[in-house]
Design a protein around this ligand. Structure first.
Ligand code: 4DW
Ligand code: GAR
Length: 215
């Protein structure tokens, strides 16, 4: 099996990065993390990558005169590393349409809500304020519009009496850590087709087909 090379973009804590690193530690997983890029030099996520023996780069957005220049540097680093798939994991910079187009169908993000509900920030507090009974997380393909793009996978959690935003966030985060590796696996196995703004997941290939491609 040839594993897909994944680049992960991070800005902070990196718990979703950790979930991806842990999944990729299994040599049977169809992807490996080849590069982690942070736009913030002291992002705790970088230490997680280093601990796992994964190459890291810091590309501070403040070093660039425009978003286009920053994105061009990201793009160069990803292509130099031979990256096939990009995962955003708590990455907080808006990516330009040109960059997004260059990775169309090959870039995914995890969002802490059941999209299309609660796009944007403070999703847990807003879900509580609306009184929803179900909340959750979404992995979606990245398109130029924020928190939009075809939905790849979702997981729901109950909202419980007495929840505050932190308690709800913790319940959702457990699902993010389960869902993100699952969604990456589907994409890395080449099972995701996109049509009409939706994803369709093909059945897994029979045993051995992906593992032993014939010339
Ligand atoms: C996202 C959306 C908006 C901001 C940060 C994150 C969600 C995920 C995402 C990151 N980059 C993206 C997406 C996305 O869904 N679609 C695209 N790019 N095209 C946000 O408003 N960020 C601001 C900065 C925050 C900061 O640095 O703390 C910003 O001005 O970029
Ligand atoms: C996660 O909850 C992720 O869903 C969220 O930021 C957190 C990052 O945590 N992402 C967004 O809100 C994107 N709009 P992590 O750094 O521990 O993975």
């Amino acid at each position: 099996m040839v594993r897909k090379r994944v680049g992960v973009l991070v800005s902070g804590r990196g718990s979703n990065l950790q979930a991806l690193l842990d999944a990729c530690a299994d040599s049977a997983f169809p992807a490996e993390i080849a590069l982690v890029i942070a736009n913030v030099a002291d992002a705790p996520a970088l230490a997680r990558a280093e601990r796992a023996g994964v190459a890291t780069r810091t590309i501070p957005h403040r070093d660039f005169p425009s978003r286009e220049d920053f994105d061009a540097a990201l793009d160069r680093a990803l292509r130099e590393a031979g990256i096939d798939i990009v995962c955003l994991a708590g990455f907080m910079r808006i990516l330009t349409p040109g960059f997004v187009e260059g990775w169309r169908g090959r870039m995914i993000n995890v969002h802490p809500a059941l999209l299309p509900a609660f796009k944007g920030l403070d999703t847990h507090a807003r879900a509580l304020a609306e009184g929803v009974k179900l909340h959750g997380c979404t992995v979606h393909l990245v398109v130029p519009d924020l928190d939009a793009g075809p939905i790849l996978a979702q997981a729901a959690v109950p909202v419980l009496d007495g929840d505050d935003a932190d308690a709800l966030a913790a319940r959702v985060l457990i699902q993010e850590h389960r869902l993100y590796p699952l969604a990456l696996k589907l994409l890395a196995e080449g099972r995701v087709r996109i049509g009409n703004g939706r994803t369709h997941i093909d059945a897994p290939a029979p045993d051995g087909v992906l593992a032993n491609p014939q010339p």
